[in-house]
Design a binder for this molecule. Sequence first.
Ligand code: MRU
Length: 361
Amino acid sequence: MKIDGIAYRSVWLADDGWSVHILDQTKLPWAVDMLRLTTRDEATHAIKSMQTRGAPLIGAVAAYGLCLALRADASSEAMERDAALLNATRPTAVNLAWALNRMLTRLRNTPAKERVAAAYAEAALIADEDAAQNEAIGHHGLRLIEDAVRPGRPVNVLTHCNAGWLATVDWGTALAPIYTAFNAGIDIHVWVDETRPRNQGAALTAWELGKHGVPHTVIADNAGGHFMQHGMVDLVIVGADRVSRIGDAANKIGTYLKALAARDNNVPFWVAMPSTTIDWTLTDGVRDIPIEERSAAEVTDMTGRLADGTIATMRVVSADSSAANPAFDVTPARLVTGLITERGRCSASEAGLLGLFPERR
Ligand code: MRU
């Protein structure tokens, strides 16, 4: 996707052919800063600190992180250790483990002296496939938006967190149908949940929609139910960090509340994700998907830009109060209207998923 007319991906190889560029997402929307990752530790730090984030993207960055690790030591012992270190950076998005397992499967039987080249080739495939899968999600989701078109008013889509191109290698998941519809000339408007505590909606989704010219409005997280009650939301599309084999969907904290409000107001609630986000080993997602606990400081403090342009972080909670910060919640399949994948749409159920992915039977 484009920033001011120039096409970017969220991760790419530098001109030297080996170091890895990412956009520093902790600096957006105030600055477009590119980071150059050169070591395993820089890659693990980037994922842990959320300089790079979003389920499919952390998988691709971890794959490149393993390439950087192999440049330092391509022995089997080091490779297994470094993959485990990268995998331990964040617990909820299954794309991380998926990408690293795919790398290890490719590399375990490769002689150590050929591993670096093979690793870069596999990481590039992972990145290219993610971009292609998300583009396909855009086409499969387009129909939902087309069906919501009414004369004289835009189609209003509500989304939570950032499931746009910044969260993937390209296109995004939840935002892919929105970009596809916008590019096709459909009159569309997006309600963007701010997504406390880290504000991925306000800081990232609004920024990337704006850069593409898509009309949008940032709303407080608590406003979505109100807009649904008043007929101002035609459909909700969110991304996911891990989907169980029966269609339970973990996504950024607050997603579940949007699903409840959508059900009460008969608003369709769709989850868009590539198959790399499906954890076929888990059935009961509410019980079994691990939920990342992040620092209380993300709740007690907020960062913003002051009138003079300086970026400042300030405490918004009284000094003697503590805070809890679960980063994700799980929306049970019964509240999900359907799933949008690279192979098409299906019900949020085991039968629905297996219909699209029969090889998982
Ligand atoms: O903690 P984050 O910002 O990595 O969480 C990201 C989300 O919850 C996204 O909505 C999700 O990864 C879907 S991504 C395409």
